[in-house]
Write a protein that binds this ligand. Structure first.
Ligand code: ASP
Length: 307
C-alpha cells in the first residue's frame, strides 16, 4: 500500500488562546490530508494547509500577521520539494494574502529561488495575485498599546528602544505556520509562512524564506521551523534536521537534536516539525508551546499535540 501523510504547526511561542490554536492547526491539517487522500500531490497539500492558516487571523501569517516597527506588514514564505530540491520563496512582501502561493509560483515558474520586496510584489501582480489590506484590528491595537506605553523611551533612541520592546514584551515570535507532507507517489514537501517577529525593523528577513533555515526537504525528510529567525538561521535548523534523518535518526530525535543544538549554540527559542519519506512524524520545541497536528493513512483522525 502506498502511504501518505501530513504534519502542520502553528508556531513556537506562547499560545494563550489554546483552543483557537488547536482548532486552527486541526482544520489546516484536515485540508491538506483531504488532498492526499484523494491522490493529490504533496505540493498541493502543503499549500492548502498553509493557505488555511494564512487566512485565519489567529496565526502570524497572511491576514493578521505581526506588525513591523512602523506598523506595516512584511511577509516571508517558502516551499521546497525534497525529490528535486526545487525551492521557491518570497521575502518582505506586503499586501498579499497568501504568500505561500506566490512562493510556489517562484518555484514552479522561474529559475530563481528567492524574490524580495518590490520585485516579488511585481512578480505576484503579474501572476494574477491581488493586493489586499492585511493589518488586523487586533494587531493594530497591540501595536499602539505598546507605542503609547513606551513613548518616553522612543524619544531617547529608536533602534535601542525597539530591541528593548521586543525583549520586554517577549513577543519575539509566535504563530508562524508550516506544513510538511508526503504523497502516495513519495513526493516530500515542506512549506512555511510568517509575518516574522513583532516590531521587527522594516526590511528584516527571518529564517522562513531561507533554504535550510525555516524550510528544507531532501529525499528522506521535510522540515519546517518556527521561532527566533536570527537563531534558526545561524544553525540552519531544517537542513540540520533533514541531514540527521538521512543519517538514519528518527524525525523525532532529529528535531530534538536540532533544537538542543540551537539552544546550546545561540541560546535562542524555536520549534521544528518533520516528516520522513517512510511516514514517521517528529516535532520538538524549547518554547512554552507549538501546536502541531498530524495524520497519515491508517489513522482514524488528526492528532493534536505540542500545546
Ligand atoms: N521564524 C519567524 C521569523 O523569525 C517567526 C516565527 O516563527 O514566529 O521570522
Amino acid at each position: 500500500m502506498k502511504n501518505f501523510g501530513i504534519i502542520v504547526h502553528g508556531g513556537a511561542g506562547k499560545h494563550i488562546n489554546k483552543n483557537q490554536a488547536k482548532e486552527g492547526v486541526k482544520v489546516a491539517c484536515e485540508r491538506g490530508y483531504e488532498i492526499l487522500k484523494s491522490g493529490g500531490n504533496a505540493v498541493d497539500a502543503v499549500c492548502a494547509a498553509i493557505v488555511e492558516m494564512e487566512n485565519n487571523p489567529y496565526f502570524n501569517a497572511g491576514f493578521g500577521a505581526a506588525l513591523t516597527a512602523t506598523g506595516g506588514v512584511e511577509l516571508d514564505a517558502s516551499i521546497m520539494d525534497g525529490k528535486t530540491l526545487r525551492f521557491g520563496a518570497v521575502a518582505a512582501i506586503s499586501n498579499f494574502k497568501n504568500p505561500i502561493l506566490i512562493a510556489r509560483k517562484v518555484m514552479e515558474r522561474t529559475d530563481h529561488v528567492l524574490l524580495v520586496g518590490k520585485g516579488a510584489e511585481e512578480f505576484a501582480l503579474l501572476e494574477g495575485f491581488k493586493k489586499v489590506n492585511l493589518v488586523s484590528e487586533e494587531r493594530l491595537k497591540l501595536y499602539f498599546k505598546i507605542l503609547d506605553g513606551e513613548k518616553e523611551e522612543f524619544k531617547k533612541e529608536m533602534s535601542k528602544t525597539l530591541k528593548w520592546i521586543r525583549e520586554k514584551y517577549g513577543i519575539f515570535a509566535g504563530s508562524t505556520v508550516g506544513a510538511c507532507a508526503v504523497d502516495e507517489s513519495g513526493n516530500i514537501v515542506s512549506g512555511t509562512s510568517t509575518g516574522g517577529i513583532f516590531f521587527k525593523l522594516d526590511g528584516r528577513v527571518g529564517d522562513t524564506p531561507c533554504p535550510g533555515c525555516g524550510t528544507y526537504a531532501n529525499y528522506a525528510c521535510a522540515a519546517s521551523a518556527t521561532g527566533l529567525g536570527e537563531a534558526i538561521m545561524r544553525v540552519t535548523l531544517t537542513k540540520f534536521v533533514c541531514d540527521k534523518v538521512i543519517e538514519g535518526i528518527s524525525p523525532y530525535e532529529a528535531c530534538r537534536k536540532g533544537i538542543e543544538n540551537l539552544e546550546k549554540l545561540t541560546g535562542g527559542k524555536a520549534g521544528v516539525i518533520a516528516i520522513s519519506t517512510n511516514l514517521e512524524f517528529g516535532y520538538y520545541m524549547n518554547t512554552d508551546s507549538m501546536p502541531v497536528a498530524f495524520i497519515r493513512n491508517g489513522y482514524k483522525k488528526v492528532k493534536i499535540e505540542g500545546i
